[in-house]
Design a protein around this ligand. Structure first.
Ligand SMILES: Nc1ncnc2c1ncn2[C@@H]1O[C@H](COP(=O)(O)OP(=O)(O)O)[C@@H](O)[C@H]1O
Ligand SMILES: [Mg+2]
Length: 229
């Protein structure tokens, strides 16, 4: 599902270039779950942006679901993102003028869907129930707590039945019980539909639930002992 080959990312800055990823290789199969851990500034978000076709590497190739992302023009990259990838960002960018239910349905607006709206809507409601927001469908984002906003964003990330879920600290603002519930949902989705799951987290309990944990070290990913590879 994910194939990174000799990927480097170098940011230019007034103080000189910053090498964040260095000849990084990563393979994640369909149905695999991966945790990425590492200190602040080690490159975790940079990696997710490359995996999600939001940014380009300085060198190397990123292939997702057989598609070389470097070959995609911006409009095609946007379409690919919308259809294949579910993002859970740290800043969740809910549309302020739309209700919770409408926010979850936003990816549906991009087109290319071959199912009736009512079917998507029913799935949106089921997802919102699973994240514990059944009674918040008509709330606007500002009427939600931070953790509820995050959970709405998680439901939105899953509405398009992605092949790959990318999550940046999905339990960061949640209490342990709610975090556990979100981890259950992500892992259930991962197992049921063979969705690949890549989770960046500082939460050791969440990392431990993924099949494999990689630690960022000097711009590369090192598998942790005790995980599956
Ligand atoms: N657009 C950018 N331009 C310049 N430097 C950047 C940019 N994005 C990230 N960086 C730098 O790259 C490093 C890795 O950032 P990031 O991937 O966000 O780390 P993490 O998510 O692990 O905390 C940081 O030192 C950050 O300052
Ligand atoms: Mg980050």
């Amino acid at each position: 599902m994910i194939d990174l080959a000799r990927v480097s990312k170098i940011y230019e800055s007034p103080a000189g270039p910053i090498t964040v990823l260095r000849d990084l290789d990563l393979h994640v199969a369909a149905g695999e779950s991966v945790a990425v851990v590492g200190p602040s500034g080690s490159g975790k978000t940079t990696l997710l942006n490359l995996l999600g076709a939001l940014d380009q590497p300085t060198a190397g190739t990123v292939t997702i679901d057989g598609q070389a992302l470097g070959a995609l023009a911006p409009a095609a990259a946007a379409r690919f993102r919308n259809r294949s990838i579910g993002f859970i960002f740290q800043l969740h960018y809910l549309l302020p003028q739309c209700t919770v239910l409408e926010n979850v349905l936003v990816p549906r607006l991009a087109g290319g869907w071959d199912e009736p709206v009512a079917t998507t809507r029913a799935r949106a409601e089921a997802l919102l129930e699973q994240v514990g927001l059944r009674d918040r469908l008509t709330h606007l984002p500002w009427q939600l707590s931070g953790g509820e906003q995050l959970r709405a964003a998680i439901a939105r990330a899953l509405i398009n039945q992605p092949k790959l879920i990318l999550a940046d600290e999905p339990t960061g603002s949640l209490d342990p019980a709610t975090g556990e519930r979100i981890a259950d949902l992500l892992l259930r989705t991962n197992a049921a539909a063979r969705v690949a799951l890549v989770v960046v987290t500082h939460n050791p309990a969440l990392a431990a639930r993924m099949a494999t944990t990689y630690q960022f070290e000097h711009g590369r990913l090192v598998p942790q002992r005790g995980t599956s590879r």
